[in-house]
Design a protein around this ligand. Structure first.
Ligand code: AMP
Length: 214
């Protein structure tokens, strides 16, 4: 299947996409991860994107769309993919439609994660990540086996700069203004399905599979 996971930051999209894709063999395409990799590698795109990301704003549409278009051409996307954190604006959604059309493919489902604000705040403030493996943890909900250490590679976990409280508020304002209109955009195209972003990891995964008919 070709899917978009849509919802506010902290809805669990990344955690659920990682798990689902590992199980069913689809590619997990997270623009946040791709951009963070570009920033770390100090590519031209990474250098342009960095300031937007640190402030919790959106990276310009053309940069993100070209990144995704390149990624979707890779072999691992041929069997299906989950777009996580993309599109985030109506312009990106329109550009994605065109990109997929040019490739002779289309989205099957856009899954919207309806999530309460207090859940989002709790998830984002407690999130810790492994920069090497791109795995998300949570100090309470998804703790690593050894506190502060990645289960897979043994490196120290970090808190993302944009998960600091002062940046979270801004990201949620950006979500409401720029990204939430996509709920209507995709509903009008008959692609939208809904799941709850308030569930724990296991319950959330089960609900997603039910919503997708898997
Ligand atoms: P995420 O990991 O999805 O929360 O993304 C982290 C940051 O990367 C966002 O706050 C944005 O600055 C940037 N970003 C990720 N995806 C996009 C996108 N589709 N459009 C614009 N900026 C994005």
């Amino acid at each position: 299947m070709r899917l978009v996971f849509l919802g506010p930051p902290g809805a669990g999209k990344g955690t659920q996409a990682q798990k689902l894709c590992a199980d069913v063999g689809w590619a997990h395409v997270s623009t946040g991860d791709l951009l963070r990799e570009a920033v770390a590698a100090e590519t031209e795109l990474g250098l342009k994107a960095k300031a937007y990301m640190t402030g919790g704003g959106l990276v310009p549409d053309d940069l993100v769309v070209s990144l995704v278009a390149e990624r979707l051409k890779k072999d691992d996307c041929a069997g299906g993919f989950v777009l996580d954190g993309f599109p985030r604006t109506v312009v990106q959604a329109e550009m994605l439609e065109k990109t997929l059309e040019d490739m002779g493919i289309a989205l099957d489902v856009v899954l919207y994660f309806a999530t309460d604000r207090d859940v989002v705040m709790e998830r984002l403030t407690g999130r810790r990540v492994c920069k090497t493996c791109n795995i998300n943890y949570h100090v309470k909900n998804i703790p690593p086996k050894v506190e502060g250490i990645c289960d897979r590679c043994g490196q120290a976990l970090i808190q993302r700069d944009d998960d600091k409280p002062e940046t979270i508020d801004h990201r949620l304002v950006v979500y409401e203004g720029e990204t939430a209109p996509l709920i209507r955009f995709y509903r009008e195209r008959g692609l939208l399905k809904e799941t709850s972003g308030n569930l724990n990891v296991e319950e959330g995964q089960a609900a997603i599979r039910t919503a997708l008919g898997l």
